[in-house]
Design a protein around this ligand. Structure first.
Ligand code: SF4
Length: 763
């Protein structure tokens, strides 16, 4: 039996040396590029005989497990015949705060390299050197320590001993997993039309290490058609892990459901669902400091045991399972879900764990990414989500308030905050009479001052650990993010300044996220983008970072045109005509629902418009039960709304909802639960400053700016809303599109094929 464990030195020591508490990260990590530059500068100082970036490996047997340990040490220095392993660490902490044994994990890493080198070269004594370099000042501090080979060997045995329970579990599970995957069959008696085509394309893409953009209509069973082949690809050794990324909780539940179905068919897989921090946090207030949260206090001392317990006993690791084990081991449920995710075969979570520079799965090493496939569900959502993730803003009021609070408290903070305020005042002047202005160039001067502010804030927060300064922390994180996004700034961004009541906002606005989305997924073996509405396809390929070598597949609808009757009611729903449109809308609903039993949804472009029509509709005293979506509905209220849609209705139900909201995507009211959908308007986003800058930008790029900023995102919402109706071979009903633009050739070209045999309603 194959009991091989391949592990890097870094992963091994980080596992064994986990200890301490979660702390709010008020220490800026040295950026990767900066760290590389520092390493190279130190390595340039090496002598002629010295070597840099030395690859080392060793095979070791422990407890019937064959460990293949490898890694690259920063330097091998030869001094008076003595061999010294040099390990360079770039830090942002003042070097005075670092003493010789401050970081046992750094010594452990260097000792592993020393052991491997000594073993290979038959050396009885080795010296280890830790070289700490301050990222800002370039100041250097070195520590040296010598070890005999026996000491190093003993140390390695101790590391393997601590790691082996986890390793054994992994080896055992890996065998079960592969066997179950090889035996796994498609969990339905037959493939639906198009399903096999999609599943085949997904498998081929992953096997070849390519990327795929799949436009697959509603009802095809996208979740199972992507998950099944991706899991098969694990079984065939093409990948080791999948990440199923979604925009909404409801689609995460669909992925859990599909995995659970395959588990019933014998699949032995460990899957972890990651729930957002603010949702899963056990505390009233999310303050992740050891003094305020018992789940943060000592988290790293308990986490290995908690993960072991979880993996030993559970396979489908949902939110509830995470909560249960997190309570048992007294660990933070959010961090716990991330730690468990690194050990899982399938991770289900939000887009941001892949694409957002703030929360992505940072500990997923490049090596591991190469063995991971991404399944990006409802990928049309990623365009706007990408824009959000890669944009950042600051408010003047937050700095003004901070400047008041820190008066006489900390000179550095006070000074830098005042300077930021000075910049805001200058920007306000620049705005003049305008409500907002946009500029091509990034605010370089502001970045410099913010860097200073961040340094002062870090010093202050470090020295006052026990005294949480909420206000400072908030501004500190906002400044950090602004700087981080500033580093991504290129010609696809603008900076805009906007007056808002008594405040002033400065925003780094990402107009076109395609390049950054592409960069974020580049390290992974494969990315599969799929949606029922990647339409028009060229627009989505452009916005999602399609590359020439990527694959495309379009699957036709598995359902017949006859299942949905499509009507167009040509009336104007443009902003200026909305008041007048209320009456004809109500009239249309009335005549279409006359004598009809069943459940219907009506979607509007805004809450205001929806409420106005709803109010007028109630005056009619029709024999129709009407319910309406509210802003910020909690899970229970959402469920109540959807529960009202029962099959075999004896009366008529009409649900008023907004397009692009929680009920217009991802919900599945199969069979008789939904008999018709009305869509009011063409879904255009509200005309506004941001959309207008986007329009101008894409126009300059030689594209149709208006369509990129308004028409396409709008029509996507229409297709999603209408797509609620036909979910299976047995579903039938009507779709009523209410807007005169639907009779224009341009809008008709954006409708799916199966909607094109429409009937125009004449008054
Ligand atoms: S339980 Fe909540 S407050 Fe405590 S560490 Fe986790 S997220 Fe932070």
């Amino acid at each position: 039996m194959d009991n091989k464990i391949k592990i890097s030195v870094r992963s091994l020591v980080e596992y064994v040396y986990k200890s301490g508490s979660i702390e709010t990260g008020f220490r800026s990590a040295v950026p990767l590029s900066e760290g590389t530059r520092i390493h190279q500068r130190i390595q340039k100082q090496y002598g002629e005989e010295d070597q840099k970036e030395v690859y080392l490996q060793a095979g070791l047997t422990f407890n019937h497990l064959d460990f293949q340990l490898d890694g690259r040490c920063d330097g091998l220095i030869i001094k008076n015949g003595e061999r010294i392993i040099d390990e360079i660490k770039s830090v942002s902490l003042p070097l005075s705060e670092i003493d010789k044994f401050a970081y046992p994990v750094h010594w452990a890493q260097a000792k592993c390299y020393a052991f491997m080198y000594a073993k290979d070269n038959n050396i009885s004594n080795m010296t280890v050197q830790l070289t700490y370099v301050h990222a800002k000042t370039n100041e250097v501090k070195r520590f040296l320590q010598s070890y005999s080979f026996c000491e190093l060997e003993e140390f390695i045995v101790h590391l393997l001993e601590s790691y082996s329970p986890y390793a054994e579990l992994r080896v055992r599970h890996q065998k079960d997993l592969i066997k179950s995957l090889q035996e796994l069959t498609f969990p339905f008696p037959a493939y639906r039309n198009g399903q096999r085509k999609l599943a085949g394309a997904v498998y081929k893409t992953i096997a070849e290490g390519k990327n795929l953009f799949a436009n697959a209509p509603t009802g095809i069973g996208k979740t199972i058609s992507t998950l099944f082949p991706a899991l098969k690809a694990i079984g065939e050794g093409h990948i080791q892990r999948i990440i199923y990324a979604t925009a909404k909780t409801i689609t995460r539940q669909a992925a859990e459901g599909a995995i659970s179905l395959m588990r019933d068919n014998g699949l032995n897989i460990k899957s972890v669902t990651i729930t957002a921090k603010d949702k899963i946090c056990f505390k009233e207030e999310t303050n992740c400091q050891k003094d305020s949260c018992e789940f943060a206090n000592g988290y790293y001392d308990r986490i290995n045991q908690a993960v072991l317990d979880l993996l030993k006993n559970e396979n489908m690791i949902s939110r509830t399972t995470i909560e249960q084990y997190a309570k048992k081991h007294k660990v933070c449920p959010f961090e716990f879900s991330l730690d468990a995710a690194y050990a899982a075969d399938a991770i289900i979570g939000d887009y941001n764990y892949i694409f957002d520079p703030r929360v992505s799965l940072k500990r997923l090493l490049e090596e591991e990414k190469k063995k991971t496939a991404l399944l990006i569900d409802e990928a049309h959502n990623l365009v706007d989500r990408g824009r959000e993730m890669y944009s950042s803003s600051l408010e003047k009021s937050a700095f003004l308030q901070l400047s008041r609070s820190f008066k006489g408290k900390d000179e550095g903070i006070q000074k830098s905050v005042k300077q930021v305020n000075g910049i805001f005042i200058a920007l306000k002047k620049k705005c003049g009479e305008n409500q907002e202005i946009a500029e091509k160039d990034p605010p370089e001067e502001l970045f410099e001052i913010l860097e200073e502010f961040v340094q002062y804030a870090e010093n202050y927060l470090r020295q006052n650990r026990n005294n949480t300064e909420e206000e400072l922390l908030e501004v500190y994180f906002a400044a950090q993010n602004f700087i981080r996004i500033g580093k991504l700034y290129d010609e696809r961004f603008v900076t805009y300044i906007q007056k808002q009541r008594n405040d002033l906002i400065i925003k780094l606005f990402c107009l076109d996220p395609s390049n950054l989305l592409h960069k974020a997924r580049k390290g992974y073996k494969s990315a599969i983008f799929f949606s029922a509405t990647l339409m028009p396809l060229n627009y989505y390929l452009d916005m999602l970072g399609f590359q020439e070598e990527d694959f495309i597949v379009s699957v036709p609808s598995p359902f017949s045109k006859e299942q949905a009757k499509v009507y167009i009611q040509p009336l104007s729903t443009r902003y200026r005509d909305r008041e007048e449109s209320i009456e004809p809308i109500v009239r249309t609903i009335k005549s279409m629902l006359k004598g009809q039993r069943g459940n219907y949804l009506i979607f509007f472009p805004s809450y205001q418009y929806m409420e106005n029509v709803y109010g007028r509709f109630l005056d009619e005293e029709m024999p129709v039960h009407a319910i309406i979506q509210k802003t910020g509905m909690d899970e229970r209220e959402r469920e109540e709304f959807l529960d009202a849609f029962q099959p075999n209705a004896s009366g008529t139900l009409l649900g008023f909802a907004v397009m692009g909201g929680i009920f217009s995507e991802g919900i599945d009211l199969q069979g008789d639960r939904l008999n018709g959908v009305f869509v009011v308007g063409v879904g255009l986003p509200q005309i506004g400053f941001e959309r207008d800058i986007m329009k101008a930008y894409f126009q300059q790029q030689g594209k149709n700016g208006y369509d990129y900023a308004y028409t396409y995102p709008g029509m996507n919402k229409v297709l999603q809303a209408g797509g609620r109706l036909i979910r299976s071979e047995n579903d039938t009903g009507m779709i009523v599109l209410m807007d005169d633009r639907y009779v224009q050739a341009k809008y008709q070209a954006l409708l799916p094929e199966e909607w094109k045999d429409f009937i125009v309603i004449r008054n």
